[in-house]
Design a protein around this ligand. Sequence first.
Ligand code: HEM
Length: 456
Amino acid sequence: MSQRPAQSTPQLPPGPRSPAWWQLVRFAGDPLGLLDECHHRYGDAFTLDIAGYGRFVMLSNPEAVREVFRADPETLHSGEANAMLTATVGRNSVLVLDGAPHARQRRVLVPPLKGERMRAFFDAMRSETFDAARACPLDSPFPALPMMRRITLRVILRTAMGLAPGPEMDRFERKMEAFLSNGRQRYALVLMTIVPINRLSGSRWVPLFRQLSDLDDDLSAVIAARRRGEGPTGGENVLDDLLAATHEDGSPLDDREVRDALITILIAGHETTALALAWALIDIVPRPEVVDRLADELTRVTGGGPPEAEHLPALEYLDAAIRESLRISPVVPFVVRKTVRPFVAGGREYPAGVVLCPCSYLVHRRDELYPEPDQFRSERFLERKFGPHEWFPFGGGNRVCLGMPFSLYEMKTLLATLFGQVRLARPTGARSRARRYGLVLGPDDEARVVVRSLSR
Ligand code: HEM
């Protein structure tokens, strides 16, 4: 970070004057350190100039965040800011669309992922967790993150595509894992500025696109079979909902729209939740008072047996612990909105072409909202309700994460099942720092834990 005075661009808040390429390297290598330093130095709004990505204005005043989340979707675009994802998720994905086309695709994805639907997914979530817990080694430290990835990947394959455990699902699991592992490098953001990713799209010389194309062939085959009414399904699932859905004018989704929606859910719905679960273990396991209170709640609610779907609403302390972990340990530290025309937030007018970033990482550390913000205190979420501009690990407004009910439900089911099966500890001296896994953040030690006892 440069020690020179703040930059003097008239319309934008101050920010570091170090070269844009250096800001990109810091942004990729130590994103939270960069955010902390700049917040300390420049206050609630500051500008980063990130090579290849443009001007990012970080906003951590909750009122400014509220204004951004309430903005007209035609004025602030998120899809445009995510354009580099088009090569993988496709042109019809909600992630890369804006305005009316975004609203149109979002409308068809809301019903299959809404809260009331989750009961249908409970058995898949619980049984995958049971299997994973049974396979844990005893008394020997292991990284929990790969286990969380495996569970969440298998859950999303079962719930999104209706696959049943067996060879077909194992094949999809292997292909998805191979494809996703490409995007987990710490410096993926830097690489994406050097490699013209959207122009290479479809090239079989690039491993990422070769694997994507293999995956696409299999997805197309499944979509075609389902259209013909063939293939076993594992009960209710998102793919069957998409095939039955229509747009407002009554037209069905074409194959490309179904594929783009499915791949969006598979990509967005798996790594994020796995990382949030890894963080939850890091936040909960070393705190005996939290572990004991969770254990008491579980015994009281389940009577000592495995959790059932009906038990979940009564697990209020677990719910609070999950929310506190999502507050303190960010997976997505900020969200992006590109100004299409001038826009006022926090009393300042921003010109068109700037990326405004409501920064959950910094808002979640404001001590007037969260006293002693560095302390993990689940009770905060039992004592008061936070507004959508005060707690937003899933973003907000018209772009709020479509998988929020899904991942909160999955985290609750998985942790209730896991804590009922195993007694976990952290290895002596274990410490985790946030690092990038591609676009998202997770623990650098992959959440090492030890299983002290296991009820098989
Ligand atoms: C703990 C897990 C997760 C976290 C932290 C997370 C976080 C986020 C964030 C921050 C956004 C951007 C919101 C914004 O711009 O305001 C987002 C968007 C999205 N997420 Fe998630 N997500 C998670 C799990 C999931 C799951 C499980 C799914 C699907 C089943 C999913 C599907 C999506 C989709 C489709 C969008 C794009 C929404 C749009 O642009 O309209 N996410 N997520």
